[in-house]
Design a protein around this ligand. Structure first.
Ligand SMILES: Nc1nc2c(c(=O)[nH]1)N[C@H]1C(S)=C(S)[C@@H](COP(=O)(O)OP(=O)(O)OC[C@H]3O[C@@H](n4cnc5c(=O)[nH]c(N)nc54)[C@H](O)[C@@H]3O)O[C@H]1N2
Ligand SMILES: Nc1nc2c(c(=O)[nH]1)N[C@H]1C(S)=C(S)[C@@H](COP(=O)(O)OP(=O)(O)OC[C@H]3O[C@@H](n4cnc5c(=O)[nH]c(N)nc54)[C@H](O)[C@@H]3O)O[C@H]1N2
Ligand code: SF4
Ligand SMILES: [Mo]
Length: 845
């Protein structure tokens, strides 16, 4: 029955099981689940009164029944110190997923820490410190004391710029409003840390400065808009695999040729068409395949452009829409910068825009600046001019009867981590502004998102723009202490090969120094560490839930609790905020990140007072939180828009549907939210008018990319797959994942494989001037010659090793445009030999 799950039957959930609201803490979509728990020595029965479903389980259930769960949703965990059964099961009444799970979220149950069933035995249960040559358990007090003393001493010597911080800025696990506030209050409130970076990029900046500078916040629509759109435009994203239930539950019902989506049929006075989709991605993804199967090929336009050429494509689409007169004049006049407006402070002359790699302007400025012919764009993108025109038509041309099309544009990492981030982002938003489809049903120009969001922090203005390129500074030997929160640069940064080489060297200097002093001699230990830092060493503190790869270099590990082991609030890609209720105990002595930050602050205060710096010590006051709820009240309630209406109790009563931020009030005990932003045509600028961007094409922008492309044979495109969540931090201890993916796959064209003498499952080395890594060959008939796709961030082969250090002017990395050569290491070894390499595409006939 159960694949390596050591179980031959599952207990029935009893009627009196405790039921907790859960939002899946993996991707942005934030599907609603319930966690049922009940004592280990009990189970329910077949009688409707004896089970949680209230149905007669002695009868055969219908195909679409909700009265079931799978082995992957089950576990035995600790709750208030006692063993309980747990089932974490998708909620049919959640509007986000309507009961769908995914191959990631539906494994939440088996991915919980269980001493009984031996799952996730890798979880950290105690603080660990470098002692006598290895990592050893210790108490929180001891670990805090060491971290605070070294950190305070380094700040005394080097100033706050000597403390480097890497911290998550998202929701989901790690993150959440509680934890972004806890860490934010420590590093941006008590301190003003400048050498700080976010989990997924080497600086503290925005992934989407472009759209924000134009006044268009990136999460401006709602998931229902994907059901209402006449045309969905998907740029650099593979939502079947990365926003799975958003795609399946909201895009597919619109695209599916067999029925008109119910919500769409209810729209007043509009012509009702089955949706169509334009997908812009150099690679044929399974999303393209699924759309073709569901919508019919004639309603799917896949623009397989040359890697990194999106900007010129968008400019050509924009130009064509303008030339055809398909623009929304009224919207442009009312909601965007008026012609002739002179605001040198806001839109300086072209080329003089400080910290803005694109020039913010009005409509005609963008028309002039972005002008490019279909033919010229076709040459650069490798597409046919007629296909570019067709995309412009599907976006701009009014429907039969003259009604405007409803168009939703969604983009993610193929654009964000793509060539020339700022301008490309701007060029795409230009199209949405020109056609007026923002703030209207079936519209929006939005990030599709990565993790859930949950950002509330004191201002980061002191960081400046461009922000410090933190990884580069670390490589150059800067800084004395590095605090790392919930990210693993060893697997996920750019220029990772070099980063790891230097980071290991610098942290080893400190380890060697620590080995020379008895651990119990705290003064001697701190002195030795400081001396080692003067020699170029770096003291590293890793706050994580498992021993991570960067953690191998660290001197202290602080064990964190995940969502569900603490109460945690976050919002999804349509700003839907929910509370995941604590349903189990954290492993051992692990704590919520916000309380770890509070503990660090309190010890900093104590140490600084001991050092005699009372004024600085006083800055670390205000962390006397007992629970994560205290952190939430201190952070969200006081600092988030509409926060005053939002409490844990109110969220609990709003279940898995929650409300869409920002909150605007409370009615009949329910929080009232905001379905769409910008419905009044007023944008996030001082005058409420959105800006266009004058953003002409300038080739591959990041340093070294053109040269790399010319020198090496293969594009090493990279990203995600359905099965694996992020850097596989939990998946690496899951047989289901590791048996099918012992190494990261690299999808290759069959002729390319033949020319290198490669077979399925062979191990190859991928290399270029930035570094080298390894992968497992996955024969892919649809892959274009010379273009590969490698799974990113995998523990047994890090794609980031071959991503060079080139970034844009605002320090946004360019992970997606990498080129390298490939050579064979070994024919399929035992672990890959018996794997299936069948096509990931499906056919209905
Ligand atoms: N080549 C290449 N590189 C990329 C990308 C790419 O497309 N290509 N994408 C980038 C993107 S978008 C992202 S998001 C990053 C991801 O980069 P990372 O953020 O480094 O990767 P994650 O796997 O999300 O890391 C999560 C870490 O946090 C730990 N963790 C999980 N839950 C908790 C918790 O509750 N508390 C604490 N303290 N720790 C926790 C996990 O064990 C893990 O070590 O990678 C980036 N790097
Ligand atoms: N299964 C799963 N889902 C996830 C995650 C996960 O780890 N696993 N991670 C989550 C996170 S943190 C994030 S940020 C999101 C990312 O979600 P996505 O952005 O959808 O995922 P990626 O696979 O990184 O990249 C998407 C596509 O960009 C394409 N691309 C590469 N170069 C270019 C280019 O030059 N132009 C264009 N237009 N496209 C290009 C790639 O071929 C790829 O198909 O996924 C989230 N969801
Ligand atoms: S689609 Fe995302 S949020 Fe939903 S179950 Fe899957 S991983 Fe979780
Ligand atoms: Mo991400």
């Amino acid at each position: 029955m159960a694949y390596k799950r050591q179980i031959d039957r599952l207990p029935i959930i009893p009627a009196d099981a405790r039921k907790h609201n859960v939002t899946c803490h993996y991707c942005i979509v934030g599907c609603g689940y319930h966690a049922y728990t009940w004592p280990a020595n009990k189970q329910g029965g077949a009688d409707p009164k004896a089970n949680a479903f209230g149905v007669d389980l002695s009868q055969q259930q219908a195909a679409e029944t909700t009265a079931w769960y799978s082995p992957s949703m089950y576990n035995i965990v600790k709750q208030d110190g006692k063993d309980v059964h747990i089932v974490i099961k998708p909620d049919h009444d959640c509007e986000v997923n309507s009961g769908l799970g995914s191959v990631r979220g539906a494994r939440m149950g088996e991915s919980r820490f269980s001493e009984t069933r031996n799952t996730q035995a890798q979880r950290l249960t105690d603080p660990m410190v470098w002692r006598y040559g290895s990592m050893q358990p210790t108490s929180w007090e001891d670990a805090y004391d060491l971290v605070a003393r070294v950190t305070a001493a380094v700040i005394k010597e080097q100033g706050e710029d000597g403390l480097f911080v890497s911290m998550f800025d998202h929701g989901g696990s790690a993150g959440g409003y509680e934890n972004t506030w806890g860490t934010g209050k420590l590093y941006f409130g008590a301190m003003k840390i400048k050498n700080v970076r976010i989990h997924n990029r080497p600086a503290y900046n925005s992934e989407v400065h472009g759209t924000r500078d134009m006044g268009v916040g990136e999460l401006n629509n709602c998931y229902e808009d994907a059901e209402l759109a006449d045309t969905i435009v998907a740029v650099g994203t593979n939502p079947l695999e990365t926003q799975t239930n958003y795609f399946l539950n909201h895009w597919i019902p619109n695209l599916r040729r067999t029925s008109l989506d119910k919500k769409k049929a209810q729209l007043p006075d509009e012509s009702h068409e089955q949706g169509r989709i334009v997908i812009i991605d150099p690679r044929r993804t399974v999303t393209v395949n699924a759309c073709e199967m569901e919508a019919g090929k004639e309603r799917v336009l896949h623009l397989a452009l040359n890697s990194g050429t999106d900007l010129i494509l968008f400019n050509a689409i924009f130009t064509h829409i303008v030339e055809q007169g398909w623009i929304d004049k009224e919207f442009i006049e009312k909601s965007t910068v008026a012609e002739g407006t002179k605001r040198p402070d806001l839109y300086p002359a072209r080329g003089e825009a400080d910290g803005k790699p694109g020039h913010l302007t009005n409509f005609s400025g963008a028309v002039e600046g972005c002008k490019v012919s279909l033919e010229d764009a076709a040459k650069v993108t490798g597409l046919k001019a007629e296909d570019i025109a067709k995309a412009a038509e599907w976006i701009g041309k009014p429907k039969d009867g003259g009604k405007r099309r409803r168009v939703m544009i969604g983009y993610e990492k193929g654009l964000i981590w793509g060539n020339d981030n700022y301008r490309t982002n701007g060029a795409l938003v230009n199209i949405a502004l020109a056609t007026g489809y923002i703030g209207r049903p079936g519209g929006g120009v939005v990030r599709l998102g990565g993790h859930q969001e949950g950002y509330v922090r004191p201002s980061d203005a002191h960081v400046g723009r461009p922000a410090a390129y933190v990884d580069k500074l670390l490589i150059e030997g800067k800084g004395g202490v590095h605090h790392v929160w919930a990210c693993d640069h060893y697997k996920t940064t750019l220029n990772a090969h070099e980063f790891k080489r230097v980071y290991k060297k610098r942290t080893d200097i400190v380890k060697d120094a620590m080995n020379s002093v008895p651990y119990g001699d705290r003064d001697g230990m701190v002195k030795a560490i400081l001396a080692a830092i003067k020699e170029g060493g770096l003291f590293s503190v890793d706050v994580d839930i498992i021993p991570s790869q960067i953690g191998q270099a660290s001197h202290v590990w602080l064990p964190a609790a995940e969502a569900g082991e603490m109460n945690l609030t976050s919002m999804n890609g349509e700003r839907r905020m929910r509370l995941t209720e604590r349903y189990m105990d954290p492993p051992g002595n692990a704590k919520p990140d916000c309380l770890i930050a509070a503990g660090l602050a309190q010890h900093m205060e104590r140490v600084l007072r001991d050092m005699g710096d009372t004024a600085y010590a006083d800055q670390f006051k205000g962390f006397d939180w007992k629970t994560e709820e205290d952190a939430f009240l201190d952070g969200y309630q006081k600092n988030a828009g509409g926060g005053e209406f939002v409490t844990y109790d109110a969220l609990r009563s709003m279940g898995t549907n929650g409300f869409q931020e920002p909150a605007t009030g409370v009615k009949d005990g329910k929080i009232v939210g905001t379905k769409r932003l910008y419905t009044e045509g007023k944008f996030s600028t001082d005058d409420g008018r959105a800006r266009f961007m004058d953003a002409p094409w300038r080739g591959l922008q990041a340093p070294g990319k053109e040269e790399e492309k010319a020198k090496f044979k293969f594009l090493i495109n990279n990203g995600r797959s359905n099965l694996v969540w992020q850097n596989a931090f939990l998946d690496q201890a899951n047989d289901f994942v590791m048996d099918s993916s012992p190494y990261p796959f690299i999808e290759m064209n069959l002729d390319d494989m033949a020319s290198l003498g490669l077979g399925a499952g062979d191990l190859v080395e991928v290399f270029n001037d930035a570094g080298s890594t390894q992968a497992m060959v996955y024969p892919t008939p649809t892959a274009r010659q010379g273009e590969t796709f490698m799974l990113f961030a995998f523990p047994t082969g890090v794609q980031g090793n071959v991503v060079n250090d080139g970034v844009n002017e605002l320090v946004i990395p360019n992970y997606k445009q990498s080129w390298g050569d490939i050579r064979k290491i070994a024919s399929a070894p035992e672990v890959t030999k018996s794997l299936s390499f069948k096509s990931r595409e499906y056919r209905l006939d």
